[in-house]
Design a protein around this ligand. Sequence first.
Ligand SMILES: NC(=O)c1ccc[n+]([C@@H]2O[C@H](COP(=O)([O-])OP(=O)(O)OC[C@H]3O[C@@H](n4cnc5c(N)ncnc54)[C@H](OP(=O)(O)O)[C@@H]3O)[C@@H](O)[C@H]2O)c1
Length: 296
Amino acid sequence: MSLQGKRLVIFGCGYVGSALADAALAAGARVGTLTRNPEKAAALRAKGIEVVVADLAAADWHAQVAGGADFVVNCVSSGGSKNYRRSYVEGMKSILTWAARGPAPVGTLVYTSSTAVYPQGGGAVVEETAPAEGATPNGAIIRESEVLLQAAPAAAVRRHFILRLAGIYGPDRHHLLDQLREGRPVLGGSGEHRLNLVHRDDIVAAILACLTAPAAVGSGIFNVADTGPVARAEVVRWLADRLGRPVPGFDGATTTRRGGAPMPDRIISSVKIQRVLGWRPQYPDYRAGYEKLLSL
Ligand SMILES: NC(=O)c1ccc[n+]([C@@H]2O[C@H](COP(=O)([O-])OP(=O)(O)OC[C@H]3O[C@@H](n4cnc5c(N)ncnc54)[C@H](OP(=O)(O)O)[C@@H]3O)[C@@H](O)[C@H]2O)c1
């Protein structure tokens, strides 16, 4: 299936959502979105995107965005604000209410969830069948919005995919590289746990693979992570080397994850999305991704 002439509504035109919008426009889709920010709305409209200015969790936009869209992607995030529940749970409820009122169900809805829903650590290999209970409070809120989507009636959403994303990096989002460039002698946190990363462009490719998957591929959950997780210290060492800087140490503090929990050591497996959708990361490990970023 192709995106040509199809209507895609993106909720959350942020870092991932904007890159998705660009890719979908290039593929010939009609793209609509919602933002709370009028300045951002003007920039998005200039690209040819249909924009409604509203808060997702409210209902006033429901009448302004035509229902029955071929494709919907919810990639809203709290953006670091404390209002997690409003963005994730109330946002998902609002989307599903809108979808149920449309003239036809949404064809395929993709939700960019997070590997934060998993509680596992201790070096575990985490597949989609791993229990997603007992994560951090923020992870539990994201899991709550997944459950809402999983319970959506077929009259509202024909098919849905939940993509559990690893740590996002890419152009203009490379916190570790920034810290190395600043020449910090000591970094916060520990270097021992593995970093599970995924490049922004590989996320966009995963979303497009879901939207265009044949009808025989039913609703499902996929982890989206690169295939080369290594210890954070190794990434730091490699970056320092590439920048010709001294290798920084770590202060050993354990509260480096949003919500204050220690960073878990684990391997997020993306074998399922490779097998079912044929997705392959263009940036299979941190070297490939950062090498590209260093060249920009
Ligand atoms: N960052 C990570 O490493 C990571 C890891 C795993 C999963 N994820 C998930 O990946 C997805 C994409 O993340 P991202 O980094 O692209 O997010 P982002 O750049 O922070 O963008 C978030 C977007 O959500 C929108 N939003 C939030 N609350 C809203 C509300 N109440 N009403 C309307 N819009 C609202 C914002 O819209 P406006 O400001 O324009 O209104 C913004 O465009 C998210 O679902 C996130 O949970 C992220």
